[in-house]
Design a binder for this molecule. Structure first.
Ligand code: UDX
Ligand code: ADP
Length: 468
């Protein structure tokens, strides 16, 4: 396989493909990077002159786009052209959990991977290194290889090697994670291809941080890393319920256990349940694989991590209803934060979706404010149209969106903080109390507010993992 990479093509201009290619283009100005997608709306966003319309919100991404777009970074719908010109192709398409058929609810839906592999098989010319970037079940590379090899058999000029190079970026800090990775993992068996990809990362990553393994270890490492992280959250969330029941404080417990260097302090914040496109999907993939290999105990062990997560989210919505005297019918509830975590506009698998649906189902009127998630996204998640803010109080089980936190809070019976956006840490509690309808409740599912300050104004406060 040739070593010189001049043209990269990335299939999929999403949360992974967009930022990852922007960083590669920035660090490797001599390489031409083309990101291709079939979604015209997304492409329009990536090509927009107004950088606030980029489809992905990440700190620092706009600067990279400004620097590289039109120079050596391009967003296009011309898959044929860019695949055929590429020396290296990243597959960065969506791989959600299957909703029907074999493995529904557990296995990943690989139809977009399959389609991408077929497009590569059709359009690629000469020698091409194909890299799986999307999170995938173990042995997906085999599927990709088989599709590509069948086209090499028909056309001797086409030659492919497949590498796994999983992405460990975390949304909200994607650019920093890409520029300063803990490690870069490359799985494969073709030394020349591994060297070609390594050479790209060496532009900004220390060689000792670049790990190489076989394909299957690389694929399994990605799933396992996410499963371990998610497991920590389910563990701390399970302890948060014990804290509430016993009078302990989850913040003290997290600190006390996190200072043990073997445990470490990260990822010990109790919350309304983990969201995001990866954790649940990856654990369910592990569950599916374990069951496939007859490892029932392993499957049920990991399934419990997801079960606790669902339980935690449900626990939050149930206790909101309970604290509001068992009924929220026609009461106004302000939802502060809708993204699955702070500093992103992504709402995939956000706890806010389940909590909002439960509250709507109970007849509550919810008013949502999030600094970055669009109203059209919320509408598609809740599968229900919003009503005008001014009509909310006359409704029962309706939702509206507000332009600011204060607008959402006006006239509400309860405020539920679901995402840890910085601006919610420093709300003016005196003002909040004056705008709410007493007895006013604040539900802090992220444990971020200054309790002493808020309590001064007669607000009732429930904070996750805080026992009385
Ligand atoms: C995750 C992995 O961190 C990343 O390495 C992988 O590439 C993709 O999946 P991401 O989903 O972007 O990244 O976000 P992450 O920061 O891991 O948070 C996931 C969820 O867990 C969020 O809903 C977050 O609010 C929640 N969380 C995180 C907690 O509830 N408590 C914590 O202590 C940490
Ligand atoms: P991720 O978070 O993994 O980046 P996203 O859903 O944000 O996932 O992005 C995946 C992108 O891949 C979407 O914009 C989708 O339109 C694109 N995509 C999926 N299949 C194909 C395909 N066969 N060809 C081109 N683009 C594709």
């Amino acid at each position: 396989m040739k070593l010189e990479v001049k043209n990269i093509c990335c299939i999929g201009a999403g949360y992974v493909g967009g930022p990852t290619m922007a960083v590669i283009a920035d660090k490797c100005p001599e390489i031409n990077v083309n990101v291709v997608d079939k979604n015209e709306k997304r492409l329009k966003g990536w090509n927009s002159l107004d950088l606030s319309l980029l489809p992905v919100y990440e700190h620092g991404l706009d600067k990279l786009i400004l620097r590289c777009r039109g120079r050596n970074l391009h967003f296009s719908n011309d898959l044929e052209k860019h695949i055929s010109e590429a020396d290296m192709i990243f597959i960065s398409v969506n791989t959600p959990t299957k909703s029907k058929g074999i493995g529904a609810g557990q296995a990943s839906d690989l139809k977009w991977i399959d389609a991408s592999a077929r497009e590569i098989a059709k359009y690629a010319r000469g020698e091409t290194i194909v890299i799986e970037k999307s999170t995938l079940p173990v042995r997906t590379a085999q599927t990709i290889k088989e599709i590509l090899d069948s086209s090499s058999l028909l056309n001797q000029n086409k030659k492919f090697t497949v590498l796994s190079n999983p992405e460990f970026l975390s949304e909200g800090s994607a650019i920093n994670d890409l520029e300063n990775p803990d490690r870069v993992l490359i799985g494969g068996d073709d030394e020349d291809s591994i060297n070609a990809l390594t050479k790209i990362y060496l532009k900004w990553v220390n060689p000792e941080k670049i790990l190489t393994t076989n394909l299957w270890s690389s694929e399994l490492s990605k799933l396992s890393a996410n499963a371990f992280l998610a497991q920590r959250i389910s563990s701390i969330n399970s302890i948060s319920a014990i804290c509430e029941a016993t009078g302990a404080d989850i913040k003290d417990v997290s600190k006390a256990i996190g200072t043990d260097s073997r445990i470490g302090e990260d990822f010990l914040n109790a919350g309304p349940g983990f969201g995001g496109s990866c954790f649940k999907k990856d654990i369910l993939n592990l569950v599916y694989i374990a069951n496939h290999y007859g490892l029932k105990e392993v499957a049920s062990y990991w399934q419990k991590v997801v079960d606790i997560n669902n339980w935690q989210t449900k626990r939050v919505s149930s206790l909101i209803v309970e604290k509001l005297f068992g009924t929220i019918s026609s009461k106004k509830i302000a939802i502060l934060g809708y993204a699955f975590k702070a500093n992103t506009n992504d709402s995939r698998e956000s706890a806010a979706i389940s909590v909002s649906k439960e509250l709507l189902n109970e007849g509550g009127n919810i008013c949502i404010y999030d600094p970055k998630v669009s109203i059209s996204q919320i509408k598609s998640d809740l599968v229900e149209d919003p009503i005008h803010l001014s009509n909310l109080e006359k409704s029962e089980g309706g939702w509206a969106s507000a332009p600011t936190a204060i607008e959402a809070i006006k006239g509400s019976d309860a405020v539920v903080i679901l995402t840890e956006w910085e601006e919610f840490r420093s709300l003016n509690w005196s003002k909040v109390a004056s705008l709410m309808r007493p007895p006013s409740w604040i539900f802090d599912t992220r444990s971020i507010i200054d309790l002493e300050d808020a309590k001064k104004y007669g607000l009732n406060i429930w904070s996750i993992g805080l026992g009385n």
